[in-house]
Ligand binder design. Structure first.
Ligand code: OKP
Ligand code: ZN
Length: 335
């Protein structure tokens, strides 16, 4: 299996996180990626595919905001990371304002996703990492590849950041595959959290079906998306499937959900699979509440592999840094 990792992804180093009403260390740390790299061994760096495939998914105004936000925050006299603190609530009229404080609200879904001096570079190279890992699948020289992306992407929508995510790496790769001739590209999201950004991006489309297993959003982040009755609209009606599980779910509870998700993916008869893989379903994850064990990931990998599809595995979450390398390696070995 080909793995892609780009060291420029380590420039993103969020200083701290607003957590339970106070500040704590940010959970999405650079060592997440390097510990996975250590466990998977060899990886090639990303090749630059430019901005076009990013703009094929994300609003150019949002991309410019992301690229320039930290410099504008600093120019406004602020120290540290740029973080939004005022949002245009539902039913407020759409205003176009250029003040950085206003744009942070316009283009973000939460206050846990800081923009620092290195954020754009890392998000850009994470997207390039996914695109680079896709190439051998499209070229027919590999059946499976692993994009070691950081920061993660599945909470980022076409014009918003959130949930530690800035550019939606999986969506960018899926769209690039479509644009290069893949007929139908399914996205299966096995991160602990619902991939609301991915769901939003493909909500009205039938060519990129989205299937996700995640913690019930009635109980957990991102709360406002990912409920079982959300199924897509217009040409996308029925092409979104959300399978929700309660806190405490272990492999015995996860297995039937995965069987259901696999059946859904198979039903869409895709030409290619993009797998948003998070290891934050691990029992020891510090911010999540499922109970999978390291050995269980090999079973998950084998079950997904049995679909027999060309598969791009895109790294999403996983915050138990000490076990993260072993969990990802278990999944990829099982695959
Ligand atoms: C990103 B990915 C605040 C809780 C906020 C955000 C979780 C983002 C997860 N105390 N949690 O899906 O792994
Ligand atoms: Zn997650």
């Amino acid at each position: 299996m080909i793995s892609v990792f780009d060291p420029r992804q380590s420039a993103h180093r969020p200083l701290r996180e607003f957590h339970n009403g106070g500040w704590s260390d940010h959970a999405e740390v650079p060592s997440r990626a390097t510990t996975i790299l250590g466990a998977v061994g060899d990886a090639v760096p990303a090749a630059d595919h430019g901005l076009d495939p990013i703009h094929a998914v994300h609003d150019p105004g949002y991309v410019t905001f992301l690229r320039t936000a930290h410099a504008r925050w600093a120019a406004a006299g602020r120290e540290g990371d740029a973080i939004g603190y005022v949002w245009p609530v539902v039913r407020r009229r759409a205003l176009t304002l250029s003040r950085i404080d206003a744009e942070l609200g316009r283009y973000s879904a939460d206050a846990v996703t800081p923009i620092g001096a290195g954020t754009w570079d890392s998000a850009y190279w994470a997207a390039q990492t996914a695109l680079t890992a896709l190439d051998p699948l499209l070229g027919g020289t590999a059946r499976t590849s692993f994009a070691l992306c950081r920061p993660p992407g599945h909470h980022a929508g076409a014009d918003y950041l959130g949930g530690y995510c800035y550019l939606n790496n999986a969506a960018i790769a899926a769209q690039a595959a479509r644009d290069q001739g893949a007929g139908r590209v399914a996205i299966l999201d096995l991160d602990y959290h619902h991939g609301n950004g991915t769901q939003d991006i493909f909500w009205t489309r039938g060519d990129v079906p989205f299937v996700s297993i995640h913690a019930d959003p009635a109980q957990d982040f991102p709360f406002f998306w990912g409920h079982a009755d959300e199924a897509g609209e217009d040409a996308g009606a029925g092409a979104t499937r959300n399978i929700v599980l309660p806190h405490g779910t272990d492999i015995a509870g996860y297995r039937p959900a995965l069987a259901q998700a696999i059946a859904a993916v198979r039903g869409f008869a895709p030409d290619l699979l993009v797998l948003s893989f998070g290891a934050d379903t691990f029992a020891g994850d510090p911010i999540c509440h499922f109970a999978l064990e390291t050995g269980d990931y090999a079973e998950l990998g084998a079950i997904v592999a049995a679909l027999g599809l060309p598969t791009l595995v895109v790294m999403e979450g996983g915050y138990a840094v000490d076990a993260l390398g072993a969990n990802v390696a278990s999944f990829l070995n099982g695959f």
